[in-house]
Ligand binder design. Structure first.
Ligand code: DQA
Length: 150
């Protein structure tokens, strides 16, 4: 059997509050439960997962830069509000040039206009938005499929 692929799951600001944050929009699951679901799925997909959440733009940049040298094969990324604001994280993703799927719990296109634009979508493999906690599950399936073929 081929060796497991390493996937980094990155969550940006306020996603540590999932489960107690606007549950009508983001659902009832906490980030820990979402991550556990991904661990369970990861076992069936032969991927090894690492999880990182930060409310700080610079710490996310540092983590992404280190992914390049840490034999990460792909990333599942929900940048939260930094999706719509961060040219700096976009530049990091350009620099490290690793495949990633962008995910959002809510449908960003059904919300305020400022959420419709993402700096990072143009360089993502694809974007999954609007399926609540399942967005991560579908995102991991799509990412795993993509990198196992590579
Ligand atoms: C989000 C959507 C963003 O607009 C928002 O700032 C978030 C969460 C989502 O998962 O739906 O924090 O990325």
């Amino acid at each position: 059997m081929s060796k497991n692929k390493n996937i980094l799951v990155v969550n940006g600001p306020n996603l540590n509050l999932l489960g107690s944050r606007q549950n009508d929009i983001y659902g009832n699951l906490g980030l820990g439960e979402i991550n556990q679901n991904l661990i369970d799925l990861g076992k069936t997909l032969n991927v090894t997962l690492e999880f990182f959440q930060s409310n700080h733009e610079g710490l996310i940049i540092d983590k992404l830069q280190s992914a390049k040298t840490n034999s990460t094969h792909g990333m599942l990324i929900n940048l939260g509000a930094f999706t719509h604001t961060s040219i700096a994280i976009y530049d990091t993703l350009l620099a490290i040039d690793l495949p990633f799927v962008e995910v959002h719990l809510s449908n960003i296109f059904a919300r305020e206009k400022f959420r419709h634009a993402s700096y990072i979508s143009r360089i993502a493999i694809g974007v999954i938005t609007g399926f609540g906690p399942k967005s991560y599950v579908y995102g991991l399936m799509a990412l795993s499929d993509h990198i196992q073929k590579a």
